[in-house]
Design a protein around this ligand. Structure first.
Ligand code: GLY
Ligand code: MN
Ligand code: MN
Length: 435
């Protein structure tokens, strides 16, 4: 892997030319009082270094004669390590992480200026750590104040997220392997959950089964708070309480994925807890499934990212008209977004080191196009909650449609010829969900 991290840094350095980029590790997050959450490295920092310790800074200075890749890390300190865990340390970091030079983090203020003073631009992402932001601003201002005498220095600060986002979007073989593992584990967990669900059990029991399975297969844990939403709870997009007792004739919506080696899966399935869809559930389910398949078909190289959403919206709106839940001309209903009370979110997002991964979706009016190596989720749904109100001028919602929430979400890789549904192992056909 070290070779791959090096290649990533080289690609970034090619883009920043005469600039210097600074990346900070994620902060330790406090859970309560002085108890900390499990540390999770910042995705950009991890992408470039593969290093998973806090209190670290990576500097990329492609123009520097000696040190193009500089790391600041925590020094070995056995008394501290007894409490907070093993540290790689300054000596070992050079070999293990391939840096040109490694300093103790305590020397940051003293050593950093030499890597900034010849740069024409500074690349740094503000807004994640106030204290560190202030430190960077302080260094920058000192350099600006002495620019007249020195004649060099960064005259601007640019956010590196756009350059990095474009790199992170194209997954390497190694990244794909980890993603496939994250998806395989989550897929098995979903299949197990389908077998465990039955009327009378609680949503949290299903959540526990999913998350037990994740960890038991070596995943880091859930990729995001698992959503186990039965009956009307499925109409709440980010329902994570998972406290309800499941009832006969409920659908169960499970949106759950895991992180494996820092890469994420994100899968949703909706199925009848008692093994039989009601007529209304089935009608809506088949509609969402049709929309999802049509949207997946739009995932291919050079197709606009927006096209899958447009296609999903068209199929859903057409179906809602057939079911009598919308009325009017199809084009006008779409134009006026009359479907929105039932389908209020977009159809997907990039997936990778972050669940909602780096990478832009549009630039001005131009949508990003799919390219080989991108991974997107495809996740249309329909939600008719107890309180859902029809759009203006649309028919009242008959009671028998209420309390049904459905989403179907797959993780889809763009290939050179089209796509591959990476999460295809989890059943979604009606015949496979009924028993
Ligand atoms: N579970 C988060 C998402 O689907 O985006
Ligand atoms: Mn998603
Ligand atoms: Mn999801």
């Amino acid at each position: 892997m070290q070779n791959e991290y090096r290649q990533r840094r080289e690609r970034l350095m090619e883009k920043i030319g005469h600039g210097t980029a600074i990346f900070h590790s994620a902060p330790m997050a406090i859970m309560h009082n002085d108890v900390e959450y499990t540390f999770r490295q910042d995705s950009d920092f991890f992408y470039l270094t593969g290093f998973d310790e806090p209190e670290a800074v990576a500097v990329l200075a492609p123009h520097h004669e000696e040190h193009r890749y500089v790391l600041f890390v925590r020094s070995k300190d056995w008394e501290q390590e007894v409490w907070t865990g093993y540290r790689l340390g300054v000596e070992a970091a050079k070999d293990v992480l391939g840096a040109d030079v490694v300093y103790p983090i305590a020397e940051l203020d003293e050593k950093l200026p030499q890597y900034l003073e010849k740069a024409d631009r500074l690349y740094y992402r503000f807004g994640r750590n106030q204290a560190f932001d202030d430190k960077i601003l302080h260094h920058w201002q000192r350099l600006l104040a002495t620019y007249n005498k020195r004649g060099t220095g960064p005259i601007a600060i640019e956010d590196p997220r756009f350059i990095l986002g474009a790199l992170r979007q194209v997954k390497s073989e190694a990244e794909l392997d980890l993603t496939r593992q994250a998806i395989a584990i989550a897929a098995e967990a979903h299949i197990q959950a389908m077998q465990q669900a039955r009327p009378g059990r609680y949503e949290y029991e299903i959540q526990a089964g999913l998350e037990h399975y994740f960890r038991s297969k070596g995943a880091m844990g859930p990729a995001y708070p698992s959503i186990v939403a039965s009956g009307p709870n499925a109409c709440i997009l980010h329902y994570v309480a998972n406290t309800r007792q499941m009832q006969d004739r409920d659908l169960l919506l499970i949106d759950a994925g895991c992180a494996y080696g820092y890469y994420n899966s994100d899968i949703t399935r909706t199925f009848p807890i008692n093994g039989r869809f009601t007529a209304e559930q089935k009608a809506l389910y088949e509609l969402v499934l049709a929309a999802q398949k049509a949207a997946i078909a739009e995932v291919k190289p050079n197709n606009s990212y927006d096209q899958m959403h447009k296609t999903a919206v068209r199929v859903l709106t057409e179906g809602l008209v057939e079911l009598g839940l919308l009325t009017g001309s199809l084009d006008q209903l779409i134009e006026e977004e009359k479907y929105k009370p039932f389908y209020m979110h977009r159809t997907g997002h990039w997936l990778g080191l972050d669940v909602h991964d780096a990478g832009i979706y549009r630039q001005g009016d131009t949508w990003q196009t799919f390219q080989p190596g991108y991974i997107t989720t495809v996740e249309p749904g329909l939600y008719i909650g107890p309180e859902t109100q029809p759009a203006e001028g649309q028919p009242d919602i008959p009671e028998h449609w209420r309390g049904i929430g459905i989403r179907i979400e797959d993780d889809v890789l763009v290939t050179t010829t089209g796509h591959e549904v990476l999460s295809a192992a989890v059943p979604k056909e009606v015949k496979d969900l009924e028993h």
